[in-house]
Design a protein around this ligand. Structure first.
Ligand SMILES: [Zn+2]
Ligand SMILES: [Zn+2]
Length: 227
């Protein structure tokens, strides 16, 4: 008997009852089951890595749907550079699946994009993903609380240590976030330098807790130069 599926898998094109068929879903680059709760890098022992213990970042914890590897990297690039907006809800659902009800914040803040980049791209990929995550979790979006005021050159290709300098003073935030728990949502977290910089500002505005919610986390080849 032939089963008719309404959809085709985005990755393999096979018939599927959702955007990703079960074999493709199972083959996604999942995070190692043991990882640092603060920065999401792989770990063998303990819950917090040595680097986060020694120099805690301004965010309290990270949740990542996957590691930045094939095919997640390809999906994210297609969303961002080919404006394949249909991928946003698919990626959002992978992230939503990792977010437990116990850690729900008061607001979700999509990582702000500099206005010139927003004009060039026409959309903020973080906002596209955040809209769906917000709806699913029943947590309000805080889209206008902070602005990116420095259009830093792309972080891509910069040495890890340079990224931190590159991003300094990149954000401005005037909102009163006293006692609020904020989850910053971004598509990719690489060194965490951008996330850390925004988290610092949110803390200055009174946020009591800042979480990083990202679709993909990049794992460095070498131990990371830290926050
Ligand atoms: Zn498939
Ligand atoms: Zn860590």
């Amino acid at each position: 008997m032939q089963v008719l599926f309404a959809k085709r898998c985005l990755l393999c094109g096979g018939a599927s009852d959702s955007e990703l068929c079960s074999p493709c879903h199972a083959s996604l680059p999942h995070l190692p089951s043991r990882h640092c709760v603060v920065c999401a890098l792989p770990l063998t022992t303990a819950d917090v890595c040595g680097a986060c213990l020694a120099h805690p970042p301004a965010f309290d914890r990270s949740i990542a749907a996957a590691s930045y590897a094939f095919p997640i990297d390809a999906l994210l690039r297609s969303l961002k550079y080919q404006a394949n907006l249909a991928l946003a809800p698919v990626l959002a659902d992978l992230l939503s699946a990792r977010i437990g009800a116990a850690e729900l914040p008061d607001f979700i803040l999509p990582m702000p994009l500099h206005p010139s980049k927003l004009r060039e791209r026409g959309f903020n990929q973080a906002s596209e993903i955040a809209r769906r995550v917000s709806k699913k979790a029943g947590v309000a979006l805080l889209p206008l609380a902070c602005r990116r005021i420095k259009d830093a050159p792309s972080q891509t290709g910069l040495p890890w240590k340079e990224r931190e300098k590159n991003i300094r003073d990149a954000f401005a935030c005037e909102a009163d976030l006293t006692g609020r728990r904020i989850a910053v949502l971004d598509d990719v977290m690489t060194t965490g330098a951008t996330m850390n910089e925004l988290a610092k500002i949110l803390r200055k505005c009174g946020a009591s807790r800042v979480s990083a919610w990202v679709v993909a986390r990049t794992f460095p080849d070498r131990p990371q130069a830290h926050f």
